[in-house]
Design a protein around this ligand. Structure first.
Ligand code: IDP
Ligand code: MG
Length: 193
């Protein structure tokens, strides 16, 4: 791994909707096709406690999620106060985090560690924008997901968008060590490397 090529590791997960819709192969295929290297792979039925440890607990992250929900509601003229009893982004963020944990523990998921140049950024790009309506064609979310944040917020559930992908080196490091023992990560050389 040379610093010149910026080789790094990231973590992604095929969420319950990706698994139950039969998209495991399609999603994995896109990662391999890009030339990124899968170095750990397993299906698991997560517990809520495992999901709670997976997602950040800091106030900044929770407030960011709540803020996104507030702006979605504003855009679609949803009365946040009537629906959630608060307009505080931190309180709303905690609520959305809870929806997310329930969703992620609702069916098996596939957890994956990927290695390659700029792996974090590349997997985020392959995944596409968080919100299906904003995800470009050619991305996993843009090609296969159709859920609406407005509907999800109204129904009190997480947006179904097929994949999770680490956003920062800190998230990646935390998630890889949370989901995989070091001996279950298998570095190797891809042909042509
Ligand atoms: P990401 O998955 O693209 O990294 P984040 O903002 O980190 O997006 O949000 C984590 C997950 O929380 C999203 O993938 C989505 O499933 C869910 N989510 C985010 N914002 C909302 C919302 O406003 N309502 C419902 N679910 C949301
Ligand atoms: Mg995220």
């Amino acid at each position: 791994m040379s610093s010149q090529t910026q080789s790094e590791r990231t973590y992604f997960m095929i969420k319950p909707d990706g698994v139950t819709r039969g998209l495991i192969g399609e999603i994995i295929h896109r990662v391999e096709q890009r030339g990124l290297k899968i170095i750990a792979l397993q299906m698991v039925q997560p517990t809520k406690a495992q999901m709670d440890e997976h997602y950040p607990k800091d106030e900044a992250w929770i407030t960011r999620i709540g803020g996104k929900t507030l702006s979605t509601n504003e855009k679609y003229h949803i009365d946040t106060m009537a629906q959630m009893g608060t307009t505080d982004p931190f309180e709303i963020g905690k609520r959305v985090r809870g929806w997310l944990i329930d969703f992620m523990a609702s069916a098996p998921v596939v957890k994956v560690v990927v290695e390659g140049p700029h792996a974090i950024e590349m997997i985020r790009k392959l995944a596409g924008n968080t919100m299906p309506a904003l995800a470009e064609m050619g991305t996993i979310r843009g090609d296969y997901s159709v859920d609406s944040a407005a509907t999800a917020n109204r129904e009190g559930r997480a947006v179904q968008n097929l994949v999770h992908a680490s956003e920062t080196p800190e998230e990646a490091a935390h998630e890889i060590s949370h989901w995989f023992a070091p001996e279950d990560v298998h570095p190797y050389r891809r042909t042509g490397e």
